[in-house]
Design a protein around this ligand. Structure first.
Ligand code: GNR
Ligand code: NI
Length: 174
């Protein structure tokens, strides 16, 4: 296993549409395992390959609560087949936008098709936090961040705060 480094905004690699994998082979399985370790270490509940600089349609998640057994999910080429008309607001964060949070409205429930760890085609339904998180990860595969769902004003406030924090860290290190 290897820990990967997580890219933070602004970075052009976070804005590119990721390519489907041709099949889930050993190389994709290694990526999934490394991403999951990286996600756990960063205390995240999801991670998409573009966040570690890999332009492939691969995501991992674990929405188990503290004290519950782990529920790792490893998905390639996820495709949303159905979205509920009902929306819910979730307070979202992102490992690529450290320490920034905002309410985002999204469909409350979805159904998706994907390739699993053994390259089998599967379908699953999700609602609530898991549905929110899956949509957040699939957005990363399409070059979108949660701030892209906010008003231009809120988005630029968050991106400005982030740029300022990055500058602060750079000058402290100099
Ligand atoms: O760790 C994460 N928490 C989170 C909270 C609400 C909605 C989505 C997320 S995903 C995020 C990790 C991340 O950046 N995944 O891309
Ligand atoms: Ni994210």
């Amino acid at each position: 296993m290897a820990f990967l480094s997580i890219i933070t905004a602004p970075d052009p690699r976070l804005k590119v549409k990721a390519r489907p994998v041709t099949r889930v082979d050993d190389a994709v399985r290694t990526l999934m395992d490394d991403m999951l370790e990286t996600m756990y270490r960063a205390i995240g509940i999801g991670l998409a390959a573009p966040q570690v600089g890999v332009g492939s349609r691969v995501i991992v998640l674990d929405n188990a609560r503290e004290g519950e057994p782990p529920q790792p999910l490893k998905l390639a080429n996820p495709e949303i087949l159905w979205r509920s008309l009902e929306l819910i607001a979730g307070n979202e964060g992102c490992l690529s936008l450290p320490e920034q949070y905002a309410e985002v409205l999204r469909p409350k429930a979805i159904r998706l098709r994907y390739l699993d760890y053994d390259n089998e085609i599967r379908e699953m339904g999700a609602d609530g936090l898991l549905a929110t998180c899956l949509q957040h990860e699939i957005d990363h595969l399409d070059g979108l961040l949660f701030v892209d769902h906010l008003s231009p004003l809120k988005r630029s406030m968050i991106l400005r705060k982030l740029a300022k924090a990055k500058r602060g860290r750079a000058s402290a290190a100099a």
